[in-house]
Design a protein. Structure first.
Length: 126
C-alpha cells in the first residue's frame, strides 16, 4: 500500500485567532523563492513588501512581524500572500519556517519574541 504524504496546511500553523477580519492581512511577497506555509516574515521598510525574516540586516525585514498562512510561489515575480499579522493569535512553534540565517535556538527565540510583540504567540501545543 502506498504511503501518502500531505504537505503542511494552514491548520497545522494557525491554532487560534480572535477574528480573521482583524488578524489577517494580504501582503506582497518579495520575488526570489517559494514561500512555505508557516514562513516567518519581516516587512521591508522601503518597499512595504515582505520576505523571510532574517537574523540581521537593516532593511526592516530583520524584525519578524507576520506568519504566512498559505504556500506562495514567488520564484519569478512578486506574489500576493495571506498572513496573520497581529493577535491575539496562537501559532504552532513546530510548523514555523525560518530564513537560513535564523539557524540556532537564540535566533529562533528572538523571532518568536518579535512575533509576540504583535500578539502572535507561538506554542508547542494549542
Amino acid at each position: 500500500m502506498p504511503v501518502l504524504t500531505q504537505p503542511p496546511s494552514t491548520g497545522d500553523v494557525l491554532k487560534y485567532e480572535v477574528n480573521p477580519n482583524y488578524t489577517r492581512e494580504t501582503v506582497t511577497l518579495l520575488m526570489g523563492l517559494p514561500y512555505p506555509v508557516g514562513a516567518v516574515l519581516g516587512k521591508i521598510t522601503a518597499s512595504g513588501k515582505y520576505k523571510l525574516a532574517t537574523s540581521g540586516g537593516t532593511d526592516g525585514a530583520q524584525t519578524a512581524s507576520a506568519v504566512l498562512l498559505y504556500p506562495v510561489d514567488a520564484t519569478l515575480a512578486d506574489a500576493v500572500g495571506i498572513v496573520v499579522a497581529r493577535g491575539p493569535s496562537i501559532i504552532s512553534r513546530a510548523a514555523l519556517a525560518y530564513d537560513v540565517t535564523v539557524d540556532d535556538s537564540a535566533k529562533i527565540t528572538t523571532k518568536l519574541g518579535q512575533l509576540a510583540a504583535v500578539g502572535i504567540i507561538a506554542r508547542d501545543r494549542a
